[in-house]
Design a protein around this ligand. Structure first.
Ligand code: FAD
Ligand code: UDP
Length: 392
């Protein structure tokens, strides 16, 4: 074994750990990746017929307010000035999201000042006195008419669960603005990698001390390496332990990609569909992520319809469901993971390894803190990997 560290998984978490350990500490790092390509879910590729960059695992928009993450990401790629905006279609009409003054004026069919809109929504929201679930929370934020138009059907399609049975927190991610600001993200920095996600991700792995083995499941070589070299595992936590505590619940997405014979299918990057009788939740049109690219064809475009459902065996795990049963299971898996760190020097990180929804900037930040708090002290001062205090 000619390596100082094995990283299982080449998503942004694994790549950040590998790059830091190779470049800062001079360690020899082996990355093993189950898929036939690097980059995890942020991977993108040119659609073969049109050359338009598509995101195979769902559209990825980079945004962060973390200066360290922004500086770090900029070492490997420049970012375009793309600013994400989303529209929604409800009963044949188009409205801006997130819900803002423009949505309110369009939906109620007249001009409102911010104060008038606030008073209108406050009156409609007053029916909720106690917030117990997603529906109560949403109605308390935006009133029943807007909830029924823009949230109820979309949420039911996305979660296949009655919104009255979903936790209130899901909806607190959605801002409500009494201005015409329709930017989707509030972060300081935003943009898309100038020459695509895959070029960025490949540059992170492009170091003489890093070897990448694609098409290799870490679990198939686990018995040969455990205890001989420290491991950072970013695959599914329950799978590492052969589902000893039961399976953790995930939602998955199905994507339907189509080349359309027009230069512009919908005039924007993402159109949500609020009506419950439209089976997909949203349609992405990838050319609009890169309006600066002049080589895209003018007579064809690529769209991707997105459908949501519970993940079953063999599906890609996308969003942790986090039911109370999942959370209890997770505590038991965390105890197993801590014992495995002590016994075999395996650290667990990333979206799948910690059963957490992480945006890209959060995955990078979390990998940098695992490097600072666990890996650097271990490799430079011989401290145990269990020290450090923060969960990668
Ligand atoms: P992943 O990217 O999932 O990488 C894990 C890697 O480990 C995978 O390549 C997997 O094949 C590999 N692996 C698993 N098990 C094994 C094993 N046993 N052996 C070897 N390899 C293994 N973030 C944003 O910031 N903006 C967005 O707009 C955005 N959109 C998203 C849309 C969707 C549909 C999804 C699902 C996520 C989105 N994200 C977005 C989140 C982003 O994808 C994650 O932050 C990022 O993927 C986390 O990186 P990771 O390394 O933790 O996990
Ligand atoms: N949501 C909705 N209508 C929309 C967009 C979002 O009801 O048009 C709700 C839905 O419940 C969703 C939540 O807001 O789960 C968070 O939305 P977000 O766009 O952040 O979801 P993601 O892009 O992460 O799937």
């Amino acid at each position: 074994m000619n390596f100082d560290l094995i990283v299982a998984g080449s998503g942004l978490f694994g790549l950040t750990v590998a790059e830091r350990c190779a470049a800062e500490l001079g360690l020899r790092v082996l990355i093993v990746e189950r898929r036939d390509h690097i980059g995890g879910n942020a991977y993108s590729e040119p659609e073969p017929e049109t050359g338009i960059e598509i995101h195979r695992y769902g559209a990825h928009l980079f945004h962060t307010s973390n200066e360290r993450v922004w500086e770090y990401a900029n070492r490997f790629t420049a970012f375009t000035g793309y600013r994400h905006r989303v529209l929604t279609t409800f009963k044949g009409r188009v409205y801006p999201l997130p819900i803002n003054l423009g949505t309110i004026c369009a939906y109620f069919g007249r001009a409102f000042t911010p104060d008038e809109a606030r008073a209108l929504i406050a009156g409609q929201a007053a029916e909720v006195t106690e917030v117990g679930n997603l529906e109560d929370k949403a109605v308390s934020l935006i009133g029943r008419p807007l909830y029924e138009a823009f949230i109820r059907g979309y949420t039911a399609k996305q979660w296949q669960t009655d919104p009255r049975e979903l936790p209130a927190e899901i909806i607190t991610r959605l801002p409500v603005r009494y201005t015409f600001d329709d930017r989707y993200f509030n972060d300081t920095h935003e943009g898309l990698p100038v020459d695509g996600y895959t070029a960025w991700l490949e540059r992170m792995a492009d170091h003489p001390n890093i070897e990448v083995r694609l098409g290799t499941d870490f679990l198939s070589l686990r018995d040969d390496v455990l205890g001989r070299v420290p491991v950072v595992y970013t695959g599914p936590l329950d799978r590492y332990f052969d589902h000893a505590e039961g399976a953790l619940g995930w939602r998955t997405l199905d994507f339907e990609t189509e080349v359309r014979p027009t230069g512009d299918h919908q005039g924007t990057a993402v159109m949500n569909y609020a009506d419950e009788d439209v089976p997909y939740t949203r349609v992405h049109e990838f050319r609009h992520f890169h309006p600066e690219r002049t080589h895209y064809p003018s007579d064809r475009t690529v769209i991707m319809r997105e459908y949501s459902r519970f993940a079953e065996d063999g599906d890609e795990p996308y969003y942790p469901i986090n039911t109370p049963a999942d959370r209890e299971r997770l505590l038991r898996y965390r105890a197993l993971a801590e014992a495995e760190t002590r016994r075999n020097s395996v650290l667990f990180g990333g979206r799948l390894g910690t059963y957490q929804y992480l945006d890209m900037h959060m995955a990078i930040a979390s990998a940098l803190s695992m490097f600072d708090n666990r890996l650097r002290p271990h490799f430079t001062r011989g401290e145990p990997l269990t020290a450090g205090g923060t969960r990668g």
